[in-house]
Design a protein. Structure first.
Length: 408
């Protein structure tokens, strides 16, 4: 599909504007990073505790924050989560407690988790003394309770039956009601008779929140993950440099890698400007963008090589311009569709995917632009510096003969 026919844009003539735009974006982003004393890393890299909490109604985030500060947890963070599958409700929050010092150990991390749980139970726990919270009970504990009370009058052989019933009740609570039951009558569809419901109401209370999950990352593990993420990115760039150097020529690999570095640095600058944290999912997004930007650059370079065989008497800037114009429809189609997809993910994906989708949105735009605005001009400038403004040397022997004839 071709949207644009007969396009004749002088991209190389506008290269200085592209470079000026890139330098401006890099300067703004990295001034922000320096003023903030570095990038904001998530708990994945710094170490700490994440507690996922679901409330029966809209969570009182300001009240939670005040309770955590009163408990001395000043380094805690609170983030609301929108559940798209539940009509866009936002009843979940993630409470994070960072532990940045390498001296922190597992015991202190466990203490941080317990401190968060203590604050939540103190502020939002059930007021009914002596009763467990049904919304946090485990199947095994519920089985033991039902076996002891024996509401179905099954006698000594009740173990297996109550084990099955307890599993059904907790599954209904978690799968059908999101982990929060506000009335024991909601369990009737799980096979609970009235006698069972009476036993549950007598022995349990119904809290208005439940702990969905707890994640603990030690600071040493976080530091190791940070190093591995850096090396993974460098290995990916190195592998692509070698591939393009073999496929074309080393200068094309260098130009493509510089363009990818440009994309990553600008994206990180935007992360600092908009106060997003760097997490493992963001690293995955950056690696995805490395491949995406490199692919777009290779498409243009491959068309440049084809046109060198057909346009032997033309100068390299003219050939590069023609190649970019010929691939413009393909670029608009693929990049446009990708951008629309990640934009929808950014708008509707919720807070959990917000940083990942933001990296994709910024990266797709910057990666597409850098293919013709950064990588291609680097090749043209290098060949002009070498006195070969009318030629490009490809990897194969046939392409080298074509390039030699073009120089003559």
């Amino acid at each position: 599909m071709e949207f644009f026919k007969g396009v004749n844009v002088d991209w190389m003539g506008k290269a200085k504007y592209f470079v000026a735009l890139s330098l401006t974006l890099l300067a703004i982003g990295w001034i922000s990073i320096l003023r903030a004393h570095g990038l904001r890393y998530g708990i994945d890299f710094t170490g700490g505790t994440l507690v996922y909490v679901r409330f029966a109604g809209p969570p009182p985030i300001d009240q939670i924050r005040k309770g955590l500060e009163n408990a001395g947890l000043h380094d805690s963070s609170i983030q609301g989560i929108t559940d798209i599958s539940n009509a866009g409700t936002q009843n979940d929050v993630v409470i994070g407690l960072e532990k940045k010092g390498m001296e922190e150990n597992d015991e202190s991390l466990d203490a941080g988790k317990q401190a968060i749980l203590d604050v939540l139970h103190k502020m939002f726990g059930s007021d009914t003394a002596g009763k467990q919270d049904f919304n946090s009970i485990t199947p095994s504990a519920l089985t033991a309770y039902l076996t002891e009370k024996d509401p179905l009058s099954l006698g000594v052989n009740a173990g297996d039956r109550y084990k099955q019933l307890a599993q059904q009740l907790t599954n209904t609570r978690d799968a059908d009601h999101g982990g929060i039951v506000t009335s024991f009558d909601q369990l009737k569809n799980a096979g609970a008779t009235q006698s069972v419901l009476n036993a549950l109401s007598a022995g349990f209370s119904l809290g208005n929140f439940t702990i969905r999950d707890v994640e603990i990352v030690g600071p040493k593990v976080g530091a190791q993950l940070r190093r591995q993420a850096l090396w993974a990115t460098l290995y990916a760039l190195g592998g692509m440099l070698v591939y393009i150097a073999i496929r074309f020529e080393w200068v094309y690999g260098a130009a493509a890698v510089i363009a990818v570095f440009h994309d990553v640095l600008i994206t990180l600058g935007f992360f600092s400007l908009f106060h997003y944290e760097i997490s493992l999912t963001v690293i995955a997004a950056l690696l995805t963008l490395v491949g995406y930007s490199m692919n777009d650059t290779i498409v243009i370079f491959d068309r440049v090589r084809e046109n060198l065989r057909l346009m032997r008497r033309e100068t390299l800037p003219v050939i590069v311009n023609r190649s970019i114009n010929q691939t413009l429809s393909r670029t608009i189609l693929t990049s446009g569709l990708t951008f629309l997809t990640v934009l929808v993910l950014f708008i509707m994906g919720g807070e959990v995917l917000r940083a990942f989708s933001f990296a994709m949105v910024v990266g797709v735009v910057v990666g597409t632009y850098s293919s013709f605005g950064i990588a291609a001009p680097i090749v043209v400038v290098w060949n002009k510096y070498r006195g070969q403004g009318a030629s490009i040397r490809a990897g194969s022997a046939a392409d080298k003969r074509v390039a030699a004839e073009a120089r003559r």
